[in-house]
Design a protein around this ligand. Sequence first.
Ligand SMILES: [Zn+2]
Length: 139
Amino acid sequence: MADCVFCKIVAKQIPASVVYEDEYTLAFMDLGQVNPGHVLVALKAHAENVYALDDAQAAAVFRSVARVSRAIRAAFAPQGLSVYQANGKAAGQTVFHLHVHLVPRFEGDGMNLSWPVKNPPREKLEEHAAKLRLHFQGE
Ligand SMILES: [Zn+2]
């Protein structure tokens, strides 16, 4: 989809702090941070929502979610991690390209993390992304 911001990130037309990439998915830290270490895992192909995934894509998305979650745990040592995927306008989505939010939770976070999100400077995102990329160098 030509005007999809996620498709532009996947195509490297928009710079992003990429954490992990494989055949099916791209994980990056841009488009806002609820907490430090917050990563979005997106399918490389344009798929509007979870209903649009075939089994191979679904498996690939969750594999990336698990891999990146382990990296977040190793790099940021959060108390917990929340995984969010929301579909459609009713869920408050403004981007209609399937993506999963991995949000580290730290002591003092309430049940409801505050959205909208903060947008740290790119240097901070790159510093955090580099910490996560380190985790994948040995794999
Ligand atoms: Zn897209």
